[in-house]
Design a protein around this ligand. Structure first.
Ligand code: FEO
Length: 433
């Protein structure tokens, strides 16, 4: 293994470490980065990572699939030069243009300007920005599912799989060898030069942690990608980080399917679920929460649950919100702001998929009552749909306030079941509330 190093620059392995053959004519030409300790500020990488790139040689052409982080360019080019000449490269496939995979791209194009670049339509937009004035110098084609490129006795087929990290992501299928190149999908931030899943150390933690930090916010996109990949029954899954998966690829597919699926349903699974989560300073917001719960529970087909945020831990609430169809979030206004625990919960929701869930806010206030609007703005930022203006009550709720809270709960539940007409509030219209 690699010695500890004092810097965070990618080391330059000796060329003798060379490319790694996956099958004859298909090589790994990536780079190891054992000293990386934080990826994208999103997650810690306790033993580093690798940037995997590949070369596929056919009877009528050579393809390079992805590049590496710029800090690792020398290792990438050394390995590439060991298996192909630059003037042989006819195809360059870019499955994803984040800098850890496109860092050596500009230099590679300078060395192999004849290469025909294949990239997703969304990738094309980013490529234009990355290459700037040089964009027009190269032959670049957008590709989608159904497109392929021939290398003679081998061909590459493209699968459009957006948002399995960024909107530009795609996968590439080498059908003669049944190898799927998945870029970030099925990756691990796990650095081990033995490279194959049947040779490296125990990377299961890294594989799951990677899913949790990178893929979980895109769970439905992962499921859609699996719909395309599973029928191919790949013999090898070649991601852009961590081990190449060749021992039992079906196991990884099934595991990803589980990780990207809802935990379990209720009975026939048709009930909608609404979680009411609140914090109360003096009991008033708690009273509103209970009344909203009572009202929502009157709607058939909706399971309503009530949680005091101050009496629970954050992570289980995040897990809960990932599964439910809607949330109503209650907070008092303290010093003109929602309370800290509510902000902490809202900050954690970037870790899960929230787009399209129902969201609502409510709370009691004493003077200015900004918190409800602040929470609503954040919920909209998380791409939730807000069909009802938030419920704000000054000080202790009156009987009329509690009746309105029950009606608020009934309306939220009806939006979940579809009995209420679809509606979306415009926060701009509520600024004067
Ligand atoms: Fe490995 Fe989204 O970059």
């Amino acid at each position: 293994m690699f010695p500890a190093a004092a810097t965070f620059a990618c080391p330059q392995p000796p060329v003798s470490e060379g490319p790694v053959e996956i099958v004859p004519g298909v090589h790994w030409i990536g780079a190891f980065d054992p000293n990386l300790r934080s990826f994208d500020t999103l997650m810690k990488t306790a033993n580093g990572t690798s940037y995997n790139a590949y070369v596929v040689r056919g009877s009528a052409g050579v393809a390079v699939i992805d590049t590496v982080d710029e800090t690792c360019s020398d290792a990438f080019f050394a390995r590439l030069e060991a298996v192909a000449r630059y003037d042989e490269i006819s195809v360059l496939v870019l499955n994803h243009l984040e800098s850890d995979h496109s860092g050596a791209l500009a230099e590679l194009l300078r060395r192999a300007p004849q290469a025909h670049v294949h990239v997703s339509p969304r990738g094309l937009q980013i490529l234009r920005t990355l290459l700037k004035d040089a964009f027009g110098l190269y032959r670049i084609s957008p590709v989608t599912t159904g497109h392929s490129v021939s290398l003679g006795d081998r061909s590459l087929h493209f699968l459009t799989t957006p948002n399995v990290h960024w909107p530009d992501t795609q996968c590439t299928w080498l059908d003669q060898d049944r190898i799927i190149f998945t870029c970030d999908l099925f990756g691990s931030h796990y650095c081990d030069e033995r490279l194959f899943d049947d040779l490296v150390g125990d990377f299961r933690f890294s594989f799951e942690h990677y899913f949790d930090r990178i893929m979980r916010p895109f769970r439905s996109s992962v499921a859609a990608a699996l719909d395309l990949i599973e029928p191919l029954a790949p013999a090898v899954i070649a991601p852009s980080h961590g081990p190449i998966l060749r021992a039992n690829p079906g196991d990884y597919l099934r595991h990803y399917r589980r990780l990207s699926s809802p935990r379990f349903g209720f009975g026939a699974g048709t009930d909608k679920t609404l979680a009411i989560l609140y914090i109360s300073a003096h009991g008033a917001t708690a009273e509103l929460a209970q009344a909203i719960r009572d009202g929502a529970a009157e709607e058939p087909g909706v399971r309503v649950s009530l949680f005091d945020l101050d009496r629970g831990e954050l992570h289980p609430f995040v897990d809960l919100i990932e599964e439910v169809d809607g949330i109503a979030l209650g907070t008092p206004t303290i010093n003109g702001d929602a309370v800290r625990a509510v902000w902490e919960l809202l900050a954690k929701l970037v870790d899960i998929e929230t787009k399209g869930k129902l969201g609502a806010a409510f709370g009691s206030y004493g003077w200015s009552g900004e918190a409800v609007r602040q929470v609503e703005a954040r919920l909209q930022g998380l791409k939730m749909r807000l069909p009802e203006p938030g419920l704000r009550v000054k000080l202790e709720p009156t009987a009329a306030d509690l009746a309105e809270a029950r009606a608020f709960g009934r309306r939220l539940a009806a939006h979940l079941t579809g009995r209420a007409p679809p509606r979306e509030i415009d926060l701009a219209d509520l600024a004067a509330r």
